[in-house]
Each structure stands twice: as structure tokens, then as C-alpha cells.
Design a protein around this ligand. Sequence first.
Ligand SMILES: [Zn+2]
Length: 262
Amino acid sequence: MKNNLQAASGKKRTFSAHTVLLSGYQVVLTRKKIKHIHLRICPPDGELRLSAPLHISLETIEKFITYKLPWIEKAVDTMQTRKQIAIPNYKDGELHYFLGQPYTLKITEFAGANGIKLHNDFVMEVLTIKTASFEQVEKILFTWYRNELRRLIPDLLTKWEPLVGVYALEWRIKRMKTRWGSCNPAKKRIWLSLELIKRPAACLEYILVHELTHLLEPSHKPHFYSLLTSFMPDWHEADTLLKEFGHKINTRDMQPDIRNRA
Ligand SMILES: [Zn+2]
């Protein structure tokens, strides 16, 4: 039925698609009157759709898939990661992170001041004076996030500035979308991304040391990394942790910073 319809309506004769297992992947295969194999990876799950010339053997198609495997794996992985990047609604039951810990959001109408209360059973209660809109809840949460991050930074600076041997004249928190931190070595100023408050504390510490190190060495040349490693030998672990969390939390992959990246 589908065959006939497509054959009658389409310019090219198209045969109905069927799924075959090739090189470990379920591939939706369609035979067409075409000259070359054409492969697409479709959102949201990274489904493989392959169009092949009518008379080409399944063996040849499998060879094609095998040849393309590194690209396929990367593309499917990217697509599945992207799928997990949900845009938050700031509704009851949604997961939000604080210092690496997921909390379930609970919105409570409250006669007092707006705020966030964390409970032992990992509930993050948003106290709001009236039925709050998406924007209001987001604002309450991010104000709290910013205050919490602001509270953590001075102790970390007190710990690390003498170890790195440099002092930041100024530090700021910014809502950065593409990087974890940045700095101005001439003005001895560092910026830290507000997103860091969602990650494990080790990630914040690592980015802070990374940016302090830039006050000594602005580039990402080997000298920078040898300095960083001398201050914080296990920085790779925090770097990995940051990347792992990127897949869990609604942010894309970010760099410590992108300036002068070697
Ligand atoms: Zn850097």
C-alpha cells in the first residue's frame, strides 16, 4: 500500500523502509533509484536512516557503515546528549542542581520573604509570596544561586592566592553561557560563571585556580599547564567532572575559558 502510494506520487520510485541491524546499529533502510548511499542521523534519538541504490548488496552497505562508524558514533552521541539538555520549566518535581547534588523543586506560596530552603530529603523549596510565574521562580533561584556562590569564593581565594602567589584585585560572578571563567591579567581581575554553583565544589575550586593561574600566565601554552599542575596536580579530575556534569545539567559543554586557547 505504502509502496504503491509512494511510487505513484514521488518522482523517484521509493520502496518502503525497513529496519536492519548493521554494525551494531538499527538502520532504517530505504531502497531508492539513486546512485550513491546516503546516510542521515535523525534527531532526537540519533536514528540512522540510510537510502541505498536498488541493487547494492547489504554487505556493501554494512561496509559503508563500518567505514563511517567513528563519525556515526560521535554524531549519535552528540544528538543524545543534546536531547538530555532540557529547558527548565521551574515547576514542581523538576530536578535542579546545587553543588553537584540534584534536588527536587517544590514551590510553596509563602507570606514571608522570597527564598530557597534546602531540605534533608533533597527537596529544594522555593518560597514565593504568590503563585509564581516561570520567570519569578527562575529569578528567586538564580538570586539564591548567586548568593551561595558569592559566599564560597572568599574562602577559596584565601586558600589559593598564597599558593598560586598572586592576588585577584577583583572577582565577579557572571551568567556565562560558553565558559566557566575568564580573567583580565592586566587588571588582576577574574570572573566565574554562575553555572559553577550547580557543579560539585571541586569544579568551582578548579576553575578558580585555573583563572588565578592566568594572572601569572595569560596563555594556554605548556607553561600555563605546568604552573596549574604544580598548584593543583589533580586538576584533570575536576576537569573530567565538569564535562560529565555538562551531560546531566541543562548547559552545553563549556571551556574553562577560550581566550588564547593553544
Ligand atoms: Zn584558561
